[in-house]
Ligand binder design. Structure first.
Ligand code: ADP
Length: 586
């Protein structure tokens, strides 16, 4: 889960890593195991959102279509009702002479059922009584009245229209300053149809039709229209031929309408239009439109889908993050477990090897079989060097356990870094010689620092021990002490196997070891550099590594210079040297 590694994409090295790295395998398996069901779940969830959208789309369209069609139809039915229920009936039942007793109840019922009809009229030239007289029937009289002012007009206009021989005749007139529609059902002399014999007619006031009847009718009709509650409400608008909004009263015409029904304002079956007089009569056209508050259906669906989809994407991102972190944590745990198990075997090995050597050489010396004193010296030297290795190992272990427990304290005192380095080099001299390492040094004369000498020596020893361990071929080590930018600096350079850049941060983690592919390489606990790092932080300094695989490494310890008076100072093990991170990652 290394950032640098991930950046390179899936190359052979990543595949290789996947095959060999158990923790990476576990993380990948975990991620895949979670990702597959999650992907399936989300796939179906997205599908169901789409399906829901499609069905919402259908519902909205159907509701609009059915409402537009249904309401327009029932409005037309209401407008033609007096024609069917009154005019046609009366006309068929109309006897010559007029039987007012028979007609009266039909007209009365007509007025009751058809609120927009102001008045009915009957006229006949065949009757004995009321011959050629227009009889009106309205809500005021609830009976027939004669001598209505518009009577002569009706007779005149229907007689004018009669030659067209159509049963239905319509005309408009302005009565008392009000626009009024008249519609008559005419009867002619049989069979020649050459003379108007009677008519039954109705009168409608244009203004009250628009302002009273229509709003009341629509309000009542729309009460029965029900839509889904979670979708925008369907609005219905009725416009007249001039585009004025008749319903809702005071409303505005929607710019985005879904359906529109166009129908003529007539009080009979619109199909009969060709059969009415006057033939060239063009009825007013009304429009009924349905809309969802100026929104198109796709816009409504998209707005409904948006939060759902956004939520899904958020969940997806959240899940992806959690999977990533869980997988990473799991991988880390596995890696730490692996490192710990390697640690135990490394410690055992690191303890056993020097002990075995010490035992072997000590026994040989004890038996006194050695002839040359030089040989004996050599053996003593080996025993000494192996004992130092043991000491270093045990010190590292003790230090590590103290660090882990938060108990490691550094007792700081003024020290000359050059002297300290020299001491460490001397103490390791026999190991250098035994391993045939050439050690060169460039030591500035006086580099005063305020440090815990023992801890600093241990850190430097760890670096030198690594310089030997990880440089099997070119056995040259250079050690330099100097002052750089306010720091007392010790630099250890080897020409060994080097460290890949992406691992240069990781080597300072506890237990972390770079394993060779075959697992052969040098043994170790993975604690040396973790301790070096801790020591440096504890001193307000830092450690830096510059390395190139195959060419060698340089580890540099930076201790803050001590410029003032020498005085003892005890510091916590804490994280003072945060600069270490920065420097290492640079
Ligand atoms: P150990 O040496 O016990 O494994 P360290 O903490 O000292 O543990 O080092 C961690 C890892 O860093 C080592 O396992 C090794 O892979 C790498 N390393 C440390 N020093 C060097 C070096 N001088 N050259 C190459 N690799 C090194």
């Amino acid at each position: 889960m290394d950032a640098a590694g991930a950046g390179r994409g899936i190359g052979p090295s990543l595949v290789n890593q996947l095959v060999h790295d158990r923790s990476l395998r576990l993380a990948t398996a975990l991620a895949v195991a979670i990702a597959i069901p999650v992907a399936v779940l989300f796939y179906f969830q997205f599908r169901s959102i789409s399906a829901l959208s499609r069905s919402s789309d259908v519902i909205l369209r159907q509701l609009s279509q059915e409402t537009a069609g249904g309401v327009a139809q029932s409005l037309q039915d209401a407008l033609k009702a007096p024609y069917i229920n009154v005019l046609l009936r009366v006309s068929q039942a109309q006897t010559e002479p007029l039987d007012l007793g028979l007609i009266g109840p039909t007209l009365e019922q007509g007025l009751e059922n058809e609120p927009f009809v102001q008045r009915f009229y009957v006229w006949s030239d065949q009757t004995v009584e009321h011959r050629d007289e227009v009889l009106a029937y309205d809500r005021d009289s609830h009976g027939f009245t004669t001598n209505v002012p518009e009577g002569p007009l009706l007779v005149k206009r229907f007689h004018e229209l009669a030659p067209q021989k159509h049963a239905i005749s319509v005309f408009e007139a302005v009565i008392d300053g009000r626009r009024t529609y008249f519609q008559g059902q005419l009867r002619f002399r049989f069979p020649a149809r050459d003379k108007l014999t009677s008519f039954v007619a109705l009168r409608v006031d244009a203004a009250s039709l628009r302002r009273e009847f229509l709003p009341a009718f629509m309000a009542a009709r729309l009460k029965t229209v029900e839509g889904p509650t979670d979708l925008p409400r369907l609005g219905v608008t009725v416009l007249d031929h001039d585009g004025r909004v008749l319903f809702p009263v005071g409303g505005v015409a929607p710019t985005q309408f879904i359906d529109e029904r166009v129908f003529p304002l007539v009080f009979f079956e619109p199909d009969l239009q060709p059969l009415i007089a006057p033939e060239r009569h063009k009825p007013e056209i009304w429009r009924l439109r349905t809309s969802y508050g100026n929104q198109t259906i796709p816009a409504i669906i998209a707005a409904r889908e948006r939060p759902q989809r956004a939520l899904m994407y958020m969940l997806l991102a959240l899940l992806a993050f959690s999977v990533f972190f869980v997988a990473r944590a799991a991988a880390r745990e596995v890696r730490v477990a692996e490192m710990k198990s390697n640690f135990v075997s490394s410690v055992s090995h690191d303890l056993k090897t020097p002990l075995a050597l010490i035992q072997l050489f000590a026994e040989t010396l004890e038996l006194g079989r050695l002839k040359s004193t030089e040989r004996a010296h050599e053996y003593y030297r080996i025993i000494n060097s192996e004992a130092r290795k043991l000491t270093r190992l045990i010190n590292n272990l003790l230090d590590f356990s103290k660090i882990e427990a938060g108990l490691r304290r550094y007792k700081r005192e003024p020290v000359n870094l050059t002297d300290l380095t020299r001491r460490v080099l001397q103490s390791l001299d026999s190991q250098f010689r035994h391993g045939q390492y050439t050690v060169t040094s460039e030591l500035a004369s006086d580099v005063p620092v305020l440090i815990d000498a023992e801890a600093a020596e241990q850190a430097l020893e760890n670096l030198l021990s690594n310089a030997m361990k990880y440089a099997p071929d070119r056995r040259e080590i250079n050690v330099a002490v100097d002052r750089v930018d306010g720091y007392g600096v010790v630099r250890v350079t080897d020409h060994g196997i080097g460290i890949p850049p992406r691992l240069q941060r990781k080597i300072f983690r506890k237990f972390y070891r770079i394993q060779s592919d075959a697992g052969s390489g040098p043994q170790g606990t993975g604690l040396g550099l973790a301790i070096v790092d801790h020591v440096m932080r504890g001193h307000g300094g830092f450690v830096r590594v510059d390395s190139e695989p195959g060419r060698g490494s340089t580890f540099t310890l930076h201790f803050p210079l001590h410029a003032g008076e020498s005085h003892g100072d005890e510091t916590d093990s804490g994280d003072r040297g945060r600069a270490a991170d920065v420097a290492r990652s640079a």
